[in-house]
Design a binder for this molecule. Structure first.
Ligand code: SAM
Length: 206
């Protein structure tokens, strides 16, 4: 079977990553964007959902969630760990999201946490129009992009906020947040890992 590009290294480390990702509280992972998250239950898309930590948080607050995760060794244990009738788990991947797009759904909120930097430049260009078509008018896209040393065995690129904002603007997505934060995990902080937190609203400038 052909490996989805960007997923390199995840299956091999799935056990360790479950412990690591599940030990981070949603509020800590998303501190800088909490004010942008809809309080009323709506439709949420989580792309590169990993262990399902965030999908479960949204489902627990009444949102209906589509969790897209191409790595089987992440998706299946995530489904077992976070069983919820409000989460629809999907085996699909960036940049094309072919299965998801074929369903013709749109979402109030699209989350891409620690996944965009797995795409190369050509893939990022191809993916942005797809993301834009998945968010409803006035809906929000939240992206968290990792910077710093690449863990061994992973496929990761240095992606600037500027490039991402330019690609988004071309699709009618208006930037509402651009904040750089250091890693909340001590080990990563010492290794020089930081994050760019971006958010966009679809439609005319707010
Ligand atoms: C760093 S993990 C983040 C997981 C989760 N979002 C979190 O914050 O805990 C990145 C996830 O993106 C997935 N991924 C990698 N390449 C992808 C692609 N091309 N399309 C969708 N997901 C991808 C990986 O399998 C992995 O589960």
């Amino acid at each position: 079977m052909v490996q989805v590009s960007g997923t390199e290294g995840y299956a091999e480390e799935a056990d360790e990553l479950f412990k690591q990702y599940e030990s981070i509280a949603f509020a800590d992972a998303h501190r800088t964007v909490l004010h942008l998250i809809p309080t009323m239950p709506g439709r949420v898309l989580d792309i590169g959902s990993g262990t399902g930590r965030d999908a479960a948080w949204f489902a627990g607050r009444g949102h209906s969630v589509v969790a897209v995760e191409p790595t089987v060794a992440m998706r299946l244990p995530a489904m077992a760990l976070h069983p919820s009738p409000r989460i629809d788990w999907l085996n699909d991947s960036l940049p094309d999201l072919a299965l998801l797009l074929s369903r013709g759904e749109t979402f109030d909120l699209v989350m891409l946490t620690a996944v965009w930097m797995h795409l190369d430049q050509a893939q990022r260009r191809r993916a942005m129009p797809n993301l834009a078509s998945l968010v409803r008018a006035r809906g929000t896209i939240i992206m968290k992009i990792r910077h710093g040393p690449v863990p061994p065995g992973r496929r990761m690129f240095e992606v600037s906020a500027e490039e991402t904002i330019n690609l988004a603007r071309m699709q009618g997505l208006h930037p509402v947040l651009n904040v750089r934060t250091e890693s909340s995990q001590e080990r990563n902080r010492h290794a020089g890992v930081s994050w760019i937190n971006l958010a966009f609203v679809k439609g005319k400038a707010p």
